[in-house]
Design a protein around this ligand. Sequence first.
Ligand code: SF4
Length: 284
Amino acid sequence: MEVILGKTAGFCFGVENAVKNTEEELSKNKNVYALGELTHNRQVMDKLEKKGLIVKEDIEEIPNNSTVIFRAHGVPPKIYDIAKQKNLNIVDLTCKSVLKIHNVVNDLTSKGNYIFIIGKKEHPEIIGIYGFGGENASIIGKEEDIDQAIVNFQKTGLNKIIIIAQTTFNSEKFKKIVDDIKSSIDSKYEIEVINTICNATVIRQRETDEISKNVDMMIIIGGKNSSNTEKLYNIAKSNCENTIWIETKDEIKEIKNVSKVGIMAGASTPKESIMDVVNYIKEK
Ligand code: SF4
């Protein structure tokens, strides 16, 4: 059986940086808190928690004067304020690509623009970005949200909309939503599109698309709560009906009548989990 492993499978630079720096922090300080799971991967989290990392979903639950890690997804401004009030030692591991979006949103809203953020409403990255937009931002998760976003924008009396995307958003879907917005709004308003989809995501999605067109089975490895892994799964599934989404090799049930298997993994999947699957398939 031929196995094709995607070159871009596994940690992106943002997650790599977050995990590496958290490990470094844990080696010198045993009292380290993370605000939310550092990566959407149970195996990685188990390892970090064994080294002493304590995950809290609410900043109020983190004791004053301790160390808090902000993960690659970033946080809204009010979380920085609370952390300062609690005198927390902030280790800010927000990915540089996300920080760039925070700065863009901050800068452009202060210059009188309105922001449409295209992405998953409840995703921590989107909550963070939205926080920087203040009153002048709306989130569009799907086409049905466009009309409400336009109403919100019109209420402000502003004239220009900047459209940005969640870093892991699907490129094709982004283009489609942008076109829908343009055709739904009066042409008197100015629209500028800033494609903030992270390059690591674009390349990974492209590679998944290419591999899944040429195999009889596709295995996507990554946490079930990982948004970027879900997108890889959807892309692969649209090309290859025999696509499965697993977190570890133990979830592989049967491989029958397959001569070529493609393997891809989300941005928060560690190398060990990927190699476990590759070796398991090769043994089969
Ligand atoms: S997917 Fe891109 S933006 Fe998100 S953490 Fe990874 S490198 Fe950063």
